[in-house]
Design a protein around this ligand. Structure first.
Ligand code: TYD
Ligand code: MG
Length: 460
């Protein structure tokens, strides 16, 4: 008979699996991260028991009864949006984020809302004592008796409690502290995290209970043993934000029941997290007036347009290699756009230091902010003040052309709503846009035309 219990080496940083020990992980290039862990190679069915092959039969798709997705609202429209309009029954959701970012606070507040709506809940904490949770809860508000707490790290015990109580929703805080005896390795190790998630997945699917799992991220910004977890769960949410800023962004990375790329914006206050209903206003607060090197751009986050201020500081460099930094956007993209400006507009930038920053600490990777970066750089380099009622969006190509972007209508609509008076956008995106009285639309087809607009904006 084949050996079923073997041991394998796992990289504790990224989950890379190897039959022998290695000094450096080929997956993530970290040193000294391999730890030997026993693994159980037996194939298990979804109920955890071995099934003889004769019992395994495929089912025709048409014979499957699809029940309508039951969704529970979390009482936080921002969280509902990221989940795809509420929690799906029997789903497994992973909430990742840096320690101290507010994952436990968010989930406890969600529990408070749900408990008030007479949903039965179980909050399992492996990190904090009951008293600590109580102290946190006191800052947040009053709770109904529908929320039960449990301090436990043994998954077999947790499974029994869940089976007995049959709550509608379970929170596991955090997966790294959970311990499953059959895995045999230490809590927090890759195989332990994977086994534990597997157990929770089976509980969720068998009993139709939605489970939220909290996962800490490593210094590279991924949940420990990340890839293995991401494909097992239904939904992956990341809670991110700057430690020094009070707002937090919840981002959907994977969602089997809705679209990804949706974000929810929260602000951490002394009484817990508060939703930010109008993130654009929030991002633009504190924008300097009459300062060069600052422009407002529009980016789509899922289905929602967000206005943000892009700042650039370009100054003469005293280094052989000019210093360049990009905060909140891609560094290479900034270098590329500077090269485009140098080549297409003949503006000397190669001997300039450049610092680009997206104010407010949000991270944006959408190419539609290219035009904003370009205008901010030009504004700083040429010392041109850009009108504060002007907004722009568009992707910039290597020949300096301004390319069309999706959802131009929504962006213009949002800009007009927030009181912007001029919008610079790709000329190709002008087609299909209705003429508007409340906002002036200026289509540009390349960076030179965009520069003309900001140079002559006073005469518009
Ligand atoms: P927490 O939810 O414990 O973070 P995580 O579970 O992600 O590790 O959040 C802890 C931080 O939030 C802590 O630094 C204090 C802050 N906080 C507030 O500012 N106000 C509050 O009402 C609460 C409960 C926490
Ligand atoms: Mg916590």
């Amino acid at each position: 008979m084949a050996k079923t219990k073997t041991s394998v080496f796992f990289c504790q940083n990224c989950g890379y699996e190897s039959a022998k020990w290695m000094g450096q992980c080929p997956g993530c290039r970290e040193w000294n991260t391999f730890v030997e862990e026993p693994v159980d190679r037996k194939v298990r069915s979804s109920s955890g028991k071995l099934r003889p092959a004769s019992e395994v039969k495929p089912v025709p798709l048409s014979a499957i009864q699809a029940s309508r997705e039951d969704r529970i609202s979390t009482g936080f429209p921002e969280l509902d949006r990221v989940l795809g309009s509420g929690i799906v029954k029997g789903s497994l959701v992973l909430v990742g984020g840096d320690p101290g970012i507010g994952k436990s606070t968010l989930l406890l507040q969600m529990c408070r809302n749900l408990a008030a709506g007479q949903h039965s809940l179980l909050y399992v904490s492996g990190e904090e004592s009951l008293q600590q949770i109580r102290l946190r809860a006191e800052r947040i508000g009053s709770f109904s008796d529908k929320l039960q707490l449990l301090c436990e790290t043994n998954l077999d015990t947790i499974r029994e409690v869940i089976t007995r109580l049959q709550p509608e929703l379970v929170i596991i805080d955090s997966i790294q502290t959970m311990y499953n005896e059959s895995a045999g390795s230490a809590p927090g190790s890759v195989s332990q995290v994977r086994e534990s998630t597997g157990v929770l997945m089976r509980i969720a699917k068998e009993l139709g209970i939605s489970i939220f799992i909290v996962g800490h991220v490593t210094k590279e910004g991924v949940v420990a043993g990340p890839r293995v977890l991401e494909h097992m769960v239904d939904t992956v949410l990341y809670f991110e934000g700057d430690r020094y800023e009070s707002y937090r962004i919840l981002r959907g990375v994977k969602n089997r029941f809705g679209s990804t790329n949706e974000i929810g914006v929260f602000e951490m206050r002394s009484q817990g997290l508060v939703e930010v209903e109008n993130p654009s206003e929030y991002m633009l607060s504190g924008k300097p007036e009459d300062a060069s090197g600052s422009v407002v751009a529009c980016s789509m986050e899922g289905t929602r347009p967000i206005m943000l201020e892009i700042q650039a500081l370009v100054c003469h460099s005293f280094f052989n290699n000019p210093r360049r930094t990009a905060t909140g956007t891609d560094f290479n993209r900034v270098n590329l756009l500077m090269a485009v400006l140098e080549k297409r507009l003949g503006i000397q930038l190669s001997d300039c230091d450049a610092y680009v920053n997206i104010a407010g600490g949000i991270r944006i990777s959408e190419p539609a902010i290219d035009l904003g970066i370009v205008l901010a750089l030009l504004s700083s380099r040429l010392d041109l003040v850009i009108d504060e009622k002007l907004i722009c969006f568009g992707e910039v190509g290597l020949s300096g052309e301004v390319r069309g972007v999706a959802m131009a209508e929504q962006r213009v609509q949002e800009a007009a709503k927030l009181g912007f008076e001029t919008c610079i956008l790709p000329r190709v995106s002008m087609k299909g846009l209705a003429a508007r009285k409340d906002i002036r639309l200026l289509g540009v087809s390349n960076v030179r035309e965009a520069l003309d607009v900001i140079q002559h904006q006073k005469h518009l």
